[in-house]
Design a protein around this ligand. Sequence first.
Ligand SMILES: [Zn+2]
Length: 496
Amino acid sequence: MRWSSKLQFSVPSSQFPVSRFPLRTENWELRTRVLAILLATVTLLSAAPSAPVTDEAHISVYSPVAVYTLPVLERGGREYVGLLELLEPLGRVSSQTDGRRWRLRYNTVDADFAAGKTRARIHGHDFDFTAPFLIESSRGLVPLSSLSALLPRFLGTSINFRESARRLFIGDVGIQASFRLDATNPPRLLLNFSAPVNPTISTEPGKLRMVFKRDPVVSPGSQSISFDNKIITHASYSENNGDAELDVTANQPLMATFSDDRKTIIVSAVQPAPATPSGVRTGPQNPTQAAPAGNIAPATHRVLAVVDPAHGGEERGAALTDTLAEKDVTLGFARLLRHELETRGFAVTLLRDADTSSTLDQRATAANVARAGIYISLHATSQGSGARVYTALLPVEGTSNGLFHAWNAAQAPALPVSRIVSAAIVTEMQKKEFPVRGSSASLRPLNNLLMPAVAVELAPGADGVADLTSANYQQRAASAIADAVVSVRDRLGVQP
Ligand SMILES: [Zn+2]
């Protein structure tokens, strides 16, 4: 944790042994086992299904030297792409035009094209397009349907153009995918790839979706595989508009994790959220309250937990190693905690779910406006071991007045419950063998929050700083925090 300069500790360091500016007193053994974890849940309780994303038409090009996408233009009912733009990343290319003819040189290959004509001359040979060549703003446009025949004339290498999917493979670059279902309890689906992959993972009810925008993943043989399993029922492969997509269908929440080398994705079913969470916010339930027409009312009122991955964007937090920034650890940890809380029946909002920055005031305001039942800020440090849990240390009465004071002491009514939450986290983390202690500190934004609020700072375990990126280590911590929050669920909410 590197508190920003706005944060002030108001207790002497002898009582509060936390270094504000962590000193690099050791040469860290750089075992940067950077394990990226992506967690996603498919929750059948979630709201409306996401609307389909409409991308502009584009073509993806995968070659040993470059992976890129180019816009696809529709002209006269056919799809076209700029030829110069297509060849540019692959070699030396130049063009010139007088508006009617277009000359192109690629490496040592000369070509001559005429606007509106289907016949061209390439390296001394005729070439016939499937639709007329076009010149627009000095750019030469060629129909996609001619690429399979056209490109080998320039490149002298084999290509594989999957026209309906707009995916162009130059040379032997395809990444093979294979599936294997482990019928363990809960079951796991292992997706193996012949090279590292970096898909975007998202969920919708009943489905985990992996979209490969830059990876030349090719079909795992069959487009759809059904599994003889009650939970993970099938997987399917599709490709469209330059992207490949793998979807896994299940009737329980799914979680995806990557292996260290990013060549295996493990999709596993997790325990579903309890159908009727036992805790509700303060206030009696009103069984006669009718749901708005057309909406399905949730069975109970779910407590909203706001999880705040500290730092982000330009503000990197502490340098945990030469290459590892605190902001990245807090984000991964926050996603795990979100998952743990969701599986325990909480609604969860992350204050950031990407590498973005926001001020402490913005974070506090977001949590207050959302009327969160609990706020948990996450930090990480390379110093010490285990974890520390903080609650707010409020300004002494009478030292300031007016609105500023009110903002800085907004936490006052909730502070007793915050301390109960902190104690519960200490207890649960100790059960999981983390050396942990609770403290209070005059740190923002805890002071500014209306609901029970804590900050948890994760420190290394027995394996040193590598623990901070270890899925297992983070998972144990997240699970302990979530268990603690469950144990105090009935106390949560904005205090009157
Ligand atoms: Zn921090």
